[in-house]
Write a protein that binds this ligand. Structure first.
Ligand SMILES: Oc1cc(O)c2c(c1)O[C@H](c1ccc(O)c(O)c1)[C@@H](O)[C@H]2O
Ligand SMILES: O=C(O)CCC(=O)C(=O)O
Ligand SMILES: [Fe+2]
Length: 391
């Protein structure tokens, strides 16, 4: 398997055809540093909201301080589907240690990283890999990134044999980080539940409780993907990660400070995420969009690459168990007095993934619509359609 890192280090000035994105996808692509400078310097340019959740008190969710947090998170999740979260409670020195552990792994020679290679075709998704965005072998389908992917939490489900043995602090640091993200994810799901006008434990219960007669509590799973985006000689032709929405309930993102993440705003324009020190970027994913009956928006985003600096991002996906939980709009929203029309058909997480992949590889399959990137600046998101099935 060709690693993007090796291509980047080869010194070639042109990228291979399989990394050249189709013309219709190249709108607004460019060196992430140039795109960031252009987007941040424009007067009145839109900014992803920064919300500080420190003042939310789970033991007193109706206090004025808690309600202020609920309102800010609700507004960001509705209008953007993405926010920079401050006051998250994860110690800065732990975040620094996480960054240096992951960077330490990628600093090893490629041959040493290959010991961790995954094999998606054989169903082994965990490990070191390089992604094919679409059908294998087609031109314009590869993404300019290598990655490391593994289960992070709960610890009992994580196979530490698949985690890097080097650097030696990788396992303890990453594991501790997972515990903190788990706590943060519960806190945010409580805030987001209150934002929907339902009790604080609603979203987490619905994401974890097995449907059926006996209420069995399953775990919310956390998976870690460390994305490694090497320097790219033609960033106007390539993407690090193509435009997509996350299938998770929530995703948590940290970076090494190099720009690249872009999100679509409510006018349909690409906005480059800033580096907001002390914050984590949090995405609303498809699972939460479904549970909230579309009130919260699963954010369409992509990753740009650049000529001068390696970009690294750490993404934690918080997702329901694949088969045991039925994802559907909360009964509290779609049943009884003042009920909303359900906008999504019930499905398990695995079914959702399968339908989305099917939709991507077969555009005729229209009942499940995957959000499409804007073709020109300023086009409204509504034109792309959320992934709905029950209207
Ligand atoms: O819960 C999620 C949400 C996501 O958005 C993603 C995910 C899990 O896993 C995807 C992934 C990671 C590693 C692989 O080898 C894959 O084939 C897929 C990730 O890309 C993302 O879409
Ligand atoms: O690198 C980033 O900032 C985002 C990566 C991403 O969207 C993903 O891995 O799903
Ligand atoms: Fe993503």
């Amino acid at each position: 398997m060709a690693r993007v890192e090796a291509l980047s280090m080869s010194g070639a000035t042109a990228i291979p055809a399989e990394y050249v994105r189709p013309q219709e996808e190249r709108h607004g692509l460019g060196d992430a540093y140039d795109e960031a400078a252009a987007s941040w310097s424009a007067a009145g340019s839109p900014r992803i909201p920064v919300v500080d959740v420190a003042a939310f008190d789970a033991t007193d969710p109706a206090s004025p301080a808690s309600l202020t947090v609920v309102d800010a998170v609700r507004a960001a999740a509705e209008e953007w589907g993405v926010m920079h979260v401050a006051g998250h409670g994860i110690p800065e020195d732990l975040i620094d240690a996480l960054r240096s552990a992951g960077t330490g792994f990628f600093r090893m020679p490629i041959e040493d990283k290959e010991a961790y290679a995954n094999d998606p075709a054989a169903g082994r998704l965990e490990g070191y890999g390089s992604r094919l965005a679409g059908s294998a072998g087609e031109d314009g389908k590869r993404e300019w990134e290598d990655y490391l992917f593994h289960m992070l939490h709960p610890d009992a489900r994580a196979d530490h044999a698949l985690w890097p043995a080097y650097p030696p602090e990788y396992v303890p640091v990453t594991k501790t980080f997972g515990e903190h993200v788990s706590a943060l994810s519960s806190r945010l799901l409580a805030i987001l539940s209150l934002g929907l006008g339902v009790p604080a434990d609603t979203l987490e219960r619905r994401l974890r409780l097995t449907s059926g007669e006996a209420e069995v509590e399953d775990d919310l799973l956390l998976k870690l993907k460390i994305n490694y985006y090497p320097r790219c000689p033609q960033p106007e032709l390539a993407v690090g990660v193509e435009a997509h929405t996350d299938v998770s309930a929530l995703s948590f993102i940290l970076t090494n400070g190099v720009p690249g993440l872009q999100v679509v705003d409510s006018s349909g324009a690409w906005v480059t995420a800033r580096d907001e020190p002390g914050t984590l970027v949090v995405h609303v994913g498809d699972a939460l969009e479904i549970l909230s009956n579309g009130r919260y928006t699963s954010v369409l985003h992509r990753g740009l690459v650049n000529r001068q600096a390696v970009r690294v991002s750490w993404v934690v996906f918080a997702e329901p168990p694949p088969d045991s939980v039925l994802l559907r709009p909360l009964p509290e929203l779609v049943e009884g007095d003042g009920a909303e029309t359900p906008r999504f058909e019930p499905r398990t997480f695995r079914q959702h993934l399968e339908r989305k992949v099917l939709k991507k590889t077969n555009d005729q399959h229209e009942e499940e619509v995957v959000k499409k990137p804007p073709v020109a600046a300023g086009r409204r998101r509504g034109a792309q359609g959320p992934e709905e099935g029950a209207e």
